[in-house]
Design a protein around this ligand. Sequence first.
Ligand SMILES: Nc1nc2c(ncn2[C@@H]2O[C@H](COP(=O)(O)OP(=O)(O)OP(=O)(O)O)[C@@H](O)[C@H]2O)c(=O)[nH]1
Length: 215
Amino acid sequence: MIENGSEEALAEEARRLFSGRVEFLLSAPQLKFLPAGDYPEVAFCGRSNVGKSSLINAVTGRKAIARTSVTPGRTQELNFFEVGEPTRFRLVDMPGYGFAKAPLKVVERWRSLVRTYLRGRAVLKRTLVLVDARHGLKDSDRDMMTMLDEAAVGYRVVLTKADKIKASELAATCERTATEARKHVAAYPQIHVTSAEKGAGVDELRAAILSDVRQ
Ligand SMILES: Nc1nc2c(ncn2[C@@H]2O[C@H](COP(=O)(O)OP(=O)(O)OP(=O)(O)O)[C@@H](O)[C@H]2O)c(=O)[nH]1
């Protein structure tokens, strides 16, 4: 809930920014294709099919800036989007993880790309770890959170698809997730609850992104 005046002003500025220029910049299947670190970045990550593309589309108010697919795990590169005119910051769509049947080679490639990006990217201000509200944290999310702890990259845990479960279950998952997040050094203690479908929590997330890139 956005309550006080300064938070309201931040949310309004975030809304204005995201309703302006948001443009796909490039896809980096390997680190050598990364753009120069000229602007602050906020990255989105999560298990395949967690609703990452849908949430990026909701945050940016676009229908299909990030591809929404029904085939899990199709995105295997880092996708960069620029926000603002002139550019103020970048959003980074990270390749999904947690693919059950992926060959070891694919998993290793993912790990090497993501870990090196996280460790070497000075402009990376925050990562959003998306977690399906119906499932809560899985081992692959814990793995990701540990990688972020080790890389000293601060992150927010964001529950997705909140419209798909009852309010009581959602509250319980939120509580459980917060308890676990508190054990991770780089995690924010506050959990974000969102629904790309209904728009819930999207204004708050936009404001959080803007405050993160200003740090
Ligand atoms: N009900 C509901 N469905 C959602 C929501 N967000 C995503 N979905 C659905 O969940 C499925 C996966 O969403 P995507 O946004 O493609 O997920 P992704 O994480 O980008 O998937 P990959 O890139 O394939 O890993 C789609 O069928 C979406 O329509 C939501 O907030 N509510």
